[in-house]
Design a protein. Structure first.
Length: 288
């Protein structure tokens, strides 16, 4: 009776699992490149061969299989070439990072078209924008690099899209493709000064009203331009030019202990003198 009841309890779960298998088989039917790169084919075989008496749930088996499936560089290269063949106009290069991650280097004019194809393509389905960030390299002609990290939930695959711009050249906003890019693009505009066209509400999000400059630029001073304090006479917060209480010091010591005088002395340590013995003490007898 106990075995029969346990089988009856597991029966609805098996029905749900069979429905998930059918939906996954339909979603994964297509290009073998995406299936092999994401490890979904191995997981599908494992689930089909699993015995119905197993106590593990569908989700636990999926997470275990995905974590144990290594992503091969050759398969990522095939996936990168497949994407580059779809969009040769905008994709300038395809890279594989040392951590086995796929990166697409695109032209600035192809932000919206590339993101749209990556999201809408049936064999890619990059439906989630994980994050959007930027970095500043002043030595480059196009000093700013904007990075889009995408995730495909059906295929468990990540793609990083990188593009470039400067202080005067704007980028197309990705809010028409991913609604979640709204606040992240505002943060990049606030911190780096990268302007996004067609953004619904491009304004500062982290700094105060009337703030001048962009704090994460390499040429922005560490002390900033202004400091704020509360004025008790005016009963409000006022902004004033920065006044440092002491001169800026450069800590360029090789050893943090060198700032103490005793540790700055170089050379051999002073010799320890032996104590002089009194003259009246007898000499020790020599052993025969």
């Amino acid at each position: 009776l106990g075995r029969l009841s346990s089988r009856l309890l597991r029966q609805p779960l098996r029905n749900v699992g069979s429905g998930l298998r059918e939906r996954q088989s339909l979603a994964l039917r297509g290009a073998e490149i995406c299936r092999v790169a994401s490890g979904a084919t191995l997981f599908q075989r494992h689930y089909a061969a699993a015995a119905p008496e197993e106590e593990e749930s569908f989700n636990s088996r999926m997470l275990e299989n995905v974590s144990q499936t290594p992503v091969k560089v050759e398969q990522l290269q095939k996936l990168g070439r497949y994407i580059a063949d779809i969009m040769p106009k905008y994709i300038q290069d395809v890279l594989i990072t040392p951590c086995n991650e796929l990166e697409l280097l695109i032209h600035p004019d192809g932000v919206v078209p590339v993101l749209t194809i990556l999201r809408e393509h049936s064999q890619l389905q990059m439906s989630q924008l994980v994050n959007l960030t930027a970095l500043d390299v002043p030595k480059r002609p196009k000093r700013f690099e904007v990075v889009y990290n995408l995730l495909s939930l059906p295929f468990n695959t990540r793609i990083r899209v990188r593009t470039y711009t400067d202080e005067l050249t704007p980028l197309d906003s990705a809010t028409s493709v991913y609604k979640g890019a709204d606040w992240m693009e505002r943060e990049i505009w606030d911190m780096f000064g990268v302007f996004f066209t067609n953004h619904p509400d491009l304004r500062r999000i982290l700094t105060d009203y009337g703030f001048e400059g962009h704090p994460l630029r390499k040429d922005f001073p560490l002390s900033g331009y202004v400091e704020v304090r509360y004025d008790h006479e005016e009963e409000r917060v006022v902004a004033e030019p920065v006044e440092l209480a002491q001169e800026f010091r450069r800590f360029d010591f090789n050893d943090p202990w060198e700032q103490f005088p005793l540790h700055r002395q170089h050379g051999p340590p002073p010799a320890i003198e032996a104590e002089a013995k009194p003259e009246g003490d007898p000499k020790p007898e020599e052993k025969k």
